[in-house]
Design a protein around this ligand. Structure first.
Ligand code: FAD
Ligand code: SF4
Length: 529
C-alpha cells in the first residue's frame, strides 16, 4: 500500500530543490514542532526527513505495540508538518525498501537536494549518536547536532553538578531542578508544603478502594490501523501483541491522556505509587512515559499541569510532589548518568553476574504469580508500572544474578517507553546495581515479604510466601538470602545493609545452610519455576 506522502517531497515535483537547502532529520522520538532541529528552519527551502527504517525497528525485539505507536505517531506528525507548510520526505517501512538505515536514507536525500548541511537534534542512544557523529565524513556534508531542549538540564549542566561529588544522589539533583524551574516552589524559594519530598506518605497497599480509573483509550484511526496491519505482517516474530492498541499517537490525544490522568488518577497517585495489584494493570499511574519520551508531551508542561492540580485543590501535595519528582528528578537524573558514563556504562557488571535470562521472561510461563502477572501485562500492554519493573521482574533478575546485558535487552525490547538513555540506568543501575550504586545507595533486593506487603498476588500463588526452604516455598525468600550471602564482600560495609547481615548472621547455621541449598536448587532449575 502506498502511503500518502511517501517518497518525493513536494518541491521535487515542481522542478527540484534550490541548492543550499538544509536537510532536517527528525527521529521517531522527536515528534514535536518545538524540536530544536526545526529552530530557524526555512519552510520554503529546507527538507524535513523522517524514516521508518529496518535498522532502527529491528536492532532489538521491540514490542509490536511500541512499533505501532512510533510508526503511527511519526506518520501523524509528518502529516501535521506538511499541513503546516513544511516539505517532508517520509519513508514508510517496507522490507524491500532500498534504504534500510537512517544513514542510507539521509545520504540519498543529501544527494538529491545537494544539501548544504544536515541538522538534527541529539538522539537518545549512544549507538545512533556514534553513527550520526560520523556522517559528516561518510556523507561529505556538515552535520549540526543541536541540544535537546526538551530536557530541563543539559548534559553539561548535569556533568557540572556531578563533578567533585563523592556520591550522586537523585534527591539533591531534584532540588536543583525544582529551583531551576520554580515548580512547586514558593515565592520565597521554599518547597511548597514545607518539605521537598513526601515519599513517606506514598507507601500504601491498595485493597481495591478507591477503584482504579479505566485507562485513557483512543481507538485506532485509519493510519494506525494501517500500521497495525504492517506490524502484524512484517514484525510477527517480535514480542507482544498489537491487539487492543489504544495509545494516543498525536500531541492532541496525548494531551487528552494527560488531562484524564490529572482528573482521575493523580489524586491517588502518591498513596498507591508503590502498590501492585493482581487484577489491575495500571492502578493510578499516568501511563504518560510513551508520550513524554517520544515528544508528544513536554515534560515541564506535564509537571505544570500536575502542580496546577494541587494549587486548585484537585490533588494532594503528596501525589503531586511524588509525580513531579519522577519527571523532574528521576527522569532527568538517569539521563545525566547515561550520557556522563557512556559508552563504558553499558558494559558494567560489578556484581559479576553470569546467568542467562530465563525464557519465562518472554512467555510469562512461570508459577510465580507476581512474575507471571507482570510479564503477562507487559506482553499485552507494552507497559508495566514502576514497582512491577523494579520489585518484581527486576528484583528477580537481581536475586538470580542475571547477566546485565541480557536483562537490559529485555527491558529495552518490551516497553513502549523504552529508549536506551532511560532504560539502561534504570535497569543496569537501579535494578541490577551493576554500576556500583549511582542510582541507589543500596540494591533494591527484597524477599517475598515485600511483594506480599505491597500486593495481593501471594494469596493466589502456587508458592507459599511464608515458607522459605520447602518445595513450595516462595523462590524470592531463599534467593534473597543467597544474594545477601554471596555478595557479603560487596555490601557488608554498606551502612544501609548492615542490619541485613546481622540478621543473616544471627540465624542458626543449619537454617542458613538449608536456605542456601534451596536457593542453589532454584538457581539450577530456574527455567522450571
Ligand atoms: P508514572 O508512575 O505515572 O510516573 C510519571 C512519569 O515519571 C513517567 O511517565 C516517567 O516519565 C517518569 N519516571 C518515573 N520513574 C522514572 C524513572 N525511574 N526513570 C525515568 N523516568 C521516570 N521509564 C521509561 O520512560 N523508559 C524505560 O525504558 C524505563 N525502564 C525502566 C526499567 C526499570 C527496570 C525500572 C525500574 C524503571 C524503568 N522506567 C523506565 C521508569 C518507570 O518505571 C517508567 O517511567 C514508568 O513506569 C512509566 O509509566 P508511567 O508513565 O505510568 O509512570
Ligand atoms: Fe511472588 Fe512469592 Fe508471592 Fe508467589 S509467593 S506471588 S512468587 S512473592
Amino acid at each position: 500500500m502506498v502511503y500518502p506522502f511517501v517518497g518525493i517531497a513536494r518541491s521535487f515535483l515542481i522542478g527540484g530543490f534550490p541548492s543550499m537547502a538544509n536537510l532536517i532529520l527528525i527521529l521517531g522520538d522527536q515528534l514535536t514542532r518545538n524540536i530544536s532541529a526545526l529552530d530557524n528552519a526555512d519552510k520554503d527551502r529546507d527538507l524535513v526527513v523522517m524514516a521508518e527504517v529496518h535498522e532502527e525497528a529491528s536492532y532489538t525485539n521491540h514490542h509490536k505495540k511500541k512499533i505501532v505507536l512510533l510508526f503511527s505517531a511519526m506518520r501523524h506528525f509528518a502529516r501535521q508538518l506538511e499541513s503546516d507548510g513544511w516539505q517532508v520526505h517520509y519513508q514508510a517501512y517496507h522490507p524491500d525498501n532500498e534504504h534500510q538505515s537512517l544513514e542510507a536514507v539521509v545520504g540519498e536525500q543529501v544527494k538529491q537536494i545537494i544539501a548544504k548541511s544536515v541538522i538534527t537534534t541529539e538522539c537518545g542512544e549512544w549507538r545512533l549518536h556514534e553513527q550520526i557523529s560520523g556522517w559528516h565524513e561518510r556523507l561529505g556534508v556538515p552535520v549540526e547536532i543541536r541540544p535537546d531542549s526538551r530536557f530541563i538540564a543539559t548534559k553539561q549542566e548535569f556533568a557540572d553538578w556531578a563533578e567533585g561529588r563523592k556520591q550522586l544522589r537523585m534527591e539533591f539533583f531534584y532540588r536543583e531542578m525544582r529551583r531551576k524551574t520554580g515548580l512547586l516552589m514558593t515565592s520565597d524559594g521554599e518547597p511548597e508544603g514545607g518539605q521537598w519530598n513526601f515519599d513517606a506518605d506514598n507507601r500504601k497497599k491498595w485493597t481495591g478502594k478507591p477503584p482504579a480509573p479505566a485507562p485513557f483509550r483512543i481507538e485506532p484511526d485509519a493510519i494506525t490501523q494501517e500500521v497495525i496491519a504492517l506490524v502484524d505482517e512484517h514484525f510477527s516474530d517480535h514480542f507482544g501483541t498489537t491487539d487492543d492498541f489504544h495509545f494516543a499517537v498525536t500531541a492532541e490525544d496525548a494531551q487528552a491522556a494527560l488531562e484524564h490522568f490529572i482528573d482521575y488518577a493523580l489524586p491517588c497517585f502518591g498513596d498507591y505509587q508503590d502498590a501492585i495489584s493482581d487484577n489491575e494493570d495500571w492502578l493510578f499511574h499516568s501511563i504518560l512515559s510513551p508520550y513524554i519520551n517520544s515528544g508528544l508531551l513536554d515534560p515541564v508542561a506535564v509537571c505544570e499541569a500536575a502542580a496546577q492540580a494541587w494549587y486548585s485543590g484537585r490533588a494532594p501535595i503528596n501525589a503531586v510532589e511524588g509525580f513531579v519528582r519522577q519527571i523532574l528528578g528521576w527522569r532527568e537524573f538517569v539521563r545525566g548518568i547515561y550520557w556522563m558514563n557512556m559508552p563504558g556504562y553499558a558494559k558494567e557488571n560489578r556484581l559479576g553476574n553470569t546467568r542467562a535470562l530465563p525464557w519465562f521472561y518472554w512467555t510469562g510461563d512461570t508459577k510465580m504469580r507476581c512474575m507471571h502477572k507482570a510479564i503477562d501485562a507487559t506482553r499485552r500492554n507494552a507497559y508495566a508500572h514502576h514497582i512491577q519493573r523494579l520489585m518484581v521482574t527486576g528484583n528477580f533478575a537481581l536475586l538470580a544474578g542475571i547477566k546485565p546485558e541480557e536483562i537490559c535487552d529485555w527491558y529495552l525490547a518490551v516497553y513502549a517507553d523504552a529508549y536506551d538513555w532511560v532504560e539502561l540506568p534504570n535497569v543496569l543501575g537501579m535494578v541490577m546495581h551493576a554500576d556500583g550504586g549511582y542510582l541507589g545507595s543500596k540494591p533494591y533486593a527484597a524477599s517475598g515479604k515485600y511483594i506480599q506487603r505491597m500486593s495481593d498476588h501471594c494469596a493466589n500463588c502456587h508458592y507459599k510466601v511464608n515458607k522459605a526452604t520447602e518445595d513450595d516455598a516462595c523462590p524470592f525468600n531463599a534467593l534473597y538470602w543467597h544474594f545477601i550471602d554471596r555478595h557479603r564482600d560487596d555490601f557488608a560495609k554498606n551502612p544501609r545493609m548492615g542490619m541485613m547481615y546481622r540478621n543473616w548472621d544471627k540465624q542458626k547455621p543449619e537454617k542458613r545452610e538449608a536456605l542456601l541449598q534451596r536457593a542453589e536448587y532454584l538457581l539450577a532449575n530456574v527455567e522450571q519455576l
